[in-house]
Write a protein of this length. Structure first.
Length: 190
């Protein structure tokens, strides 16, 4: 049953990866939502922790680092140029792979990168939630929720992002079957 065509493999990959995205998204929204509800249900006073400033700045630095790392991954890997380079390099390294095997390896690689970005976005949300529970200061929780949620939303696995993969495969395998030396044309001297 592994004789699916590349388009079917990509559709199945997108359907499965969307389920993972939804689980990550719901985890972030629920953890924030429950903390947000608790904040309004209970009469909370800001905890007077001696290390509040250090905790505030360290959580901020970690969240900013994660946000820039997410941006770096997005700009490096979630683009057509990377897809083409990855597929060509993989085909060159292992020419025995057919189209389906090539697509499966590609989806495995890009899927792990998507999952990494989403987990990092969730970690940003959870940093805010943990900061809230340690200090009862909700401002950072709101900011980190917006940043983490934005990261999850802009990195949603869109179908159109992968629409050119079958054409890239066709191009890669056409190059393989094309003659290496085109027939020479005779020049006419008049």
């Amino acid at each position: 049953m592994k004789t699916k065509d590349p388009k079917t493999i990509i559709r199945t990959f997108i359907r499965n990866i969307k389920l993972f995205w939804q689980a990550i998204f719901l985890t972030g929204v629920l953890s924030y939502g429950l903390s947000f509800l608790y904040r309004f249900q209970a009469d909370l006073a800001l905890k007077n922790i001696g290390i509040l400033k250090i905790l505030n700045w360290s959580s901020f630095i970690v969240a900013v680092f994660l946000a820039f790392y997410i941006l770096h991954i997005k700009r490096t890997y979630f683009r057509l140029g990377y897809f083409e380079t990855f597929l060509k390099d993989l085909h060159t390294a292992d020419p025995e792979l057919d189209r389906n095997q090539l697509v499966r390896r590609f989806t495995r690689d890009i899927g792990s990168k998507f999952k990494r970005v989403w987990i990092l976005g969730l970690i940003i949300v959870l940093i805010g939630v943990v900061y809230f529970w340690l200090t009862f200061d909700a401002m950072n929780m709101h900011i980190y929720f917006v940043v983490g949620l934005y990261s999850l939303v802009i990195n949603y696995p869109r179908t159109d992002l992968f629409s050119d993969i079958p054409y890239l495969l066709k191009e890669i395998f056409q190059e393989e079957t094309a003659p290496e030396n085109p027939p020479e044309t005779e020049e006419k001297n008049s």
